[in-house]
Design a protein around this ligand. Sequence first.
Ligand SMILES: Cc1cc2nc3c(=O)[nH]c(=O)nc-3n(C[C@H](O)[C@H](O)[C@H](O)COP(=O)(O)OP(=O)(O)OC[C@H]3O[C@@H](n4cnc5c(N)ncnc54)[C@H](O)[C@@H]3O)c2cc1C
Length: 272
Amino acid sequence: MTVTIKTFDRLADAANALSSERGAHFFGGGTLIMRAINEADPSVQTIIRSTDPALQHISVSSGRVELGAGVTMAAILAERELAFLHPVARAVGGPAVREAATVGGNLFANSPYGDFAAALLALDATAQFAGGFGQRELPLEEFLGRRDRGTSLVSSVAFRRPPTDVFRFHKVTRVHPKGISVLSISAQLPVASGRIAGARIAYNAMGQTPLRAKAAERALEGRPLDAAGIAPALAVAADGTAPVDDAIASAWWRREILPVYLRRLLLGAVHT
Ligand SMILES: Cc1cc2nc3c(=O)[nH]c(=O)nc-3n(C[C@H](O)[C@H](O)[C@H](O)COP(=O)(O)OP(=O)(O)OC[C@H]3O[C@@H](n4cnc5c(N)ncnc54)[C@H](O)[C@@H]3O)c2cc1C
């Protein structure tokens, strides 16, 4: 099957082509889309690329972080100001995958992929779009839930930079150091006067797309991060999740181990 490749200087032109051409897919780093092409996936008829430098843009200020959708995991690891995200970027595949895998592509990766997208969800990120979507910016949570997200071109993501030591991440995998997720947990855990105030927790591989642990977040509110304080959150850790059975783990196993690793993360027993 022939695949047509179209390259555009401007993101807006790429976005128009993506939304108007049949069987069109945007090319991020290609770690997944190349697999689809190699397997002669008939849904991939046209590849849309863009050389727009905005895709590679990284901006880190004291208050806000912006990442172009084409920023790779390797580029994040090279940015000292993004140290809080290094454990997440380092958890995506091996070195060769990280050189190519992009932030934007991770938002479209199906479970059990999506570790970086889950971290962005915990960081309350928004996604920005080039052309097409009608609205230029959406909360990531809303975007991940949309069925029609495949025709939109994500140009960047943005979020408030978390205070030091507030963001935590842990990935559970069978193969170290670069295995695929059994699950991963990302959390922002702000503490005021010794008690949690406004936790945001997100899981990867506990549903078709990354999702928030809203019941656990509610159960943590106003409680200290100690064994007794987190017990109610652990009891509802798997509420609202819908993990799948796959070659990595069964849905049952994912639900079983989730509270174990959430406990370790909340108590600070694991940070990466
Ligand atoms: C061996 C291997 C190991 C992996 N390990 C992990 C892992 O541990 N954790 C993990 O999360 N993932 C993993 N992945 C999956 C993948 O590498 C990452 O999810 C990566 O971030 C995908 O980005 P990409 O740029 O390569 O996507 P691409 O392959 O370029 O694209 C993937 C999909 O996203 C769409 N897309 C890409 N960018 C955009 C954009 N800006 N706007 C709109 N649509 C877009 C494409 O059209 C395509 O449908 C692994 C993949 C491989 C091959």
